[in-house]
Design a protein around this ligand. Structure first.
Ligand code: SF4
Ligand code: SF4
Ligand code: SF4
Length: 340
């Protein structure tokens, strides 16, 4: 049986309506299978089966605490390419306060009915204030209490973005924002959230993790920081795949943006924290593979790691605690690459 045969006529019609060829869909499956570490055929079969036969779409609650809504915007981008949109179409996003049409009592009824049903995927964006509940109210009650009600009945919890994974930017402010896992611990809820960090969440990381849960019924393998090992992991250093890496080793650091000779030099002196970033941005890139921070003259702030934000600040100099550590490690020869 060829790979194309496992797609039903109805599913092929659905692809066509969305302007996606069978070939493009299978290409998307192939790329995802490689990341998930299972055979392309097994993955395509499982995905096609799951997507075609799902009689009941897995319910999803997306709830936000102290957040800027940037992760929601990133999620909305996963509707393009259309292959990712097809995957997302197979979930039932019951509640999302920024994108749902319903408001007020109606939206709250949907939320509470879904909680009563239980067994949903709970996606949380933002952090939870630790210093005072009043920093985050949901209607008349503390958002923390609603968060706890939702978490108790969830089948899987995904903490999206740096804020929910480790506290992120709010951790550095007066609210002392904490992560989803710390909030679960404080509430005595014996569950572990998957940390899909970076600020904002990478759409591929989110879609791939949702797909993994739909297809296998479990959460993916996690690294030591509670993140999907297939995208992060403590051996995948962004710095090693950076095209400016040779200049770091040679001690050629950009100090003057206006000097054309320095254009491609290492951005460490301008505040790059890539040598502490364990994430696949330099390979996967962003915006459907078009570019990423370092290739458009930006700096890496290790936004997927627990260091972000307080320990990488100030952002645009090499004066942060993290930059000083990077320099000491460089001097000690820790980043030396094997010559091939
Ligand atoms: S992780 Fe970044 S983009 Fe997402 S809510 Fe927090 S500050 Fe906004
Ligand atoms: S410090 Fe930043 S710019 Fe320099 S090589 Fe590493 S990741 Fe690239
Ligand atoms: S390159 Fe660095 S700052 Fe940019 S998204 Fe990736 S981890 Fe975050």
């Amino acid at each position: 049986m060829g790979k194309g045969d496992i797609l039903s006529k109805r599913f092929l019609d659905e692809l066509e309506i969305r302007g996606l060829s069978r070939r493009d869909f299978l290409k998307y499956c192939t790329a995802t299978a490689a990341i998930l570490g299972i055979s392309e055929f097994e993955f395509t079969t499982k995905v096609a089966h799951a997507l075609q036969t799902a009689s009941k779409k897995p319910p999803v609650i997306w709830f936000a605490g102290q957040a800027c809504t940037g992760c929601t915007i990133s999620f909305a981008q996963s509707l393009n390419p259309p292959a990712a949109a097809i995957v997302l179409d197979k979930i039932s996003l019951r509640y999302h306060m920024s994108v749902m049409a319903a408001a007020g009592d109606l939206s709250e009824r949907v939320l509470h009915d879904t909680i009563k049903e239980g067994g949903y995927i709970f996606i949380f964006e933002g952090s939870i204030p630790a210093s005072d509940d009043r920093y985050w109210m949901h209607g008349k009650e503390p958002g923390r209490k609603v968060f706890e009600q939702i978490a108790k009945e969830a089948a899987a919890i995904l903490a999206v973005g740096a804020c929910s994974a480790y506290g992120g930017i709010p951790r550095a402010g007066p609210t002392k924002g904490i992560s989803v896992n710390d909030a679960l611990k404080r509430a005595g809820i014996n569950k572990t959230a998957v940390n899909i960090s970076t600020c904002p969440v990478h759409p591929d990381h989110l879609v791939g993790t949702i797909l993994y849960v739909i297809v296998t019924g479990k959460v993916p393998e996690l690294d030591a920081k509670g993140r999907p090992a297939m995208y992060f992991g403590d051996k995948r250093l962004l710095h090693d795949d950076c095209r400016r890496r040779g200049h770091f080793d040679a001690g050629e650091f950009l100090t003057d943006w206006n000097d054309p000779k320095q254009k491609d030099w290492c951005l460490f002196q301008k505040g790059c924290k890539g040598p502490m970033a364990y994430v696949d941005c330099s390979i996967r890139r962003w915006n459907d593979g078009i570019n990423f921070c370092l290739d458009c003259g930006g700096l890496c702030q290790a936004c997927g790691d627990p260091l972000f934000y307080d320990k990488v600040s100030p952002l645009y100099t090499a004066d942060s605690e993290t930059s000083k550590k990077i320099w000491a490690m460089r001097e000690a020869g820790i980043f030396k690459q094997e010559k091939s």
